[in-house]
Design a protein around this ligand. Structure first.
Ligand code: COA
Length: 341
């Protein structure tokens, strides 16, 4: 079991090294053409309005969020030969936990054998991963822990109403994981600045009404499709564009950096038009904003770590670079961070 030797003497500056990244997406692909057979839509409409062409969907009824989380985490651990027994914290950011309780992170912990860790979930809609990074940063910087697995994992296909064309075209399943380690030598590594926020006045824009304490499962909730995600898309779109603008401005200000200091921008992959609006507004060179929405759709908490994995895999960012990540989602929540590699 971890111990927490926090005293004023060990609160010295530490950097946070991104030791490894991992990802997992299911093999099964659902294309826009497949969706044309399920609802009244077209490849042209979906491509123009969202940029999405395909998404990866869990088709095995025995697989759920903890499996995706565990496979992404194992991927990250294996790439650097890290022993799961060395992990102090398993933190899963998710909006689609396996159960109300126990936490998906505890199930994931058991699956990967991180037997010396403590584990819990964090729910902040599609911003969950960035929120989780900020929480793990607090633990690592305080000296309470040395190694953390921060995972973003979602199986939105399980809460998608496949008869609702305004939402079912948007989402996919997946998971991404960061293996983080406290680094006393290189204190500049890790987050330079966070901008995290929420506004509960917009809570009703994206909801999953039933199955919680407020509206428990009943025949009525099932009959009325209340166990499916509901979204006021146009309003979310507008709020996302203005929120990203304001948050990006604050984030760069807090870090004392300019657009040209950032090597790669990783925006939440929810809608290509939302990403394009930010690019235009800030004059971000198109090649610096990583986009993979065409392949995965919106994978919620997994969207940013999956994109980060691909950025590193393709050699688009290297040690010494600064990467900006920014998400938004149900709550309404947002979260941005500039990360020094
Ligand atoms: N295929 C064809 N037509 C569709 C459609 C689909 N899949 N979904 C909606 N439409 C129709 C609507 O019924 C509407 O028809 P009408 O004008 O006859 O009423 C028309 O297209 C326009 O609908 P609207 O909702 O205004 O479209 P939009 O341009 O706002 O695009 C979204 C809809 C959902 C793609 C867009 O609003 C969006 O991406 N919002 C943000 C969602 C998001 O990011 N959510 C996750 C947050 S983490």
């Amino acid at each position: 079991m971890p111990t927490f030797p926090v005293t004023s003497s060990n609160l010295k500056p530490v950097g946070i090294k991104l030791k490894s990244v991992g990802m997992y997406v299911p093999d099964k692909i659902l294309t826009n053409e497949d969706l044309e057979k399920m609802v009244d839509t077209s490849d042209e409409w979906i491509t123009e309005r969202t940029g999405i062409k395909r998404r990866h969907i869990v088709d095995d009824p025995n697989v759920s969020t903890s499996d995706l989380a565990a496979w992404a985490a194992e991927n990250a651990l294996k790439r650097v030969g890290e022993d799961p027994a060395n992990i102090d914290l398993v933190l899963v950011g998710t909006a689609t936990p396996d159960y109300m309780f126990p936490a998906t992170a505890c199930i994931t912990q058991a699956k990967i054998g991180a037997n010396n860790a403590f584990a819990f979930d964090l729910e902040a809609g599609c911003s969950s991963f960035i929120y989780a990074l900020s929480v793990a940063t607090g633990y690592l910087k305080s000296g309470m822990i040395r190694k953390a697995l921060v995972i973003g994992a979602d199986t939105l296909s399980r809460v998608t109403n496949w008869k609702d064309r305004s939402t079912c075209i948007l989402f996919g399943d997946g998971a991404g994981a960061f293996l983080l380690e406290a680094d006393e030598e290189n204190t500049q590594l890790g987050p330079i600045a966070f901008d995290i926020g929420s506004d509960g006045n917009y809570a009703e824009l994206i909801t999953l009404p039933a199955g919680g304490a407020k509206l428990p499962a009943s025949e009525d909730t099932v009959k009325n499709d209340l166990h499916y995600l509901q979204m006021r898309g146009r309003e979310v779109f507008r709020l996302a564009v203005t929120t990203i603008e304001a948050s990006l401005e604050r984030l760069l200000g807090k870090a004392g950096l300019k657009i040209e200091d950032i090597s790669v921008f990783i925006f939440h992959q929810a809608n290509l038009r939302i990403i394009d609006a930010a690019i235009r507004r800030f004059g971000i060179p198109k090649e610096k904003a990583y986009v993979n929405i065409q392949e995965y759709g919106n994978t919620s908490s997994a969207s940013i770590p999956i994109a980060f994995y691909e950025v590193l895999d393709k050699g688009l960012a290297k040690p010494g670079d600064k990467v900006l990540m920014m998400a938004f989602g149900a709550g309404f929540t947002w979260g941005g961070v500039i990360w020094q590699l």
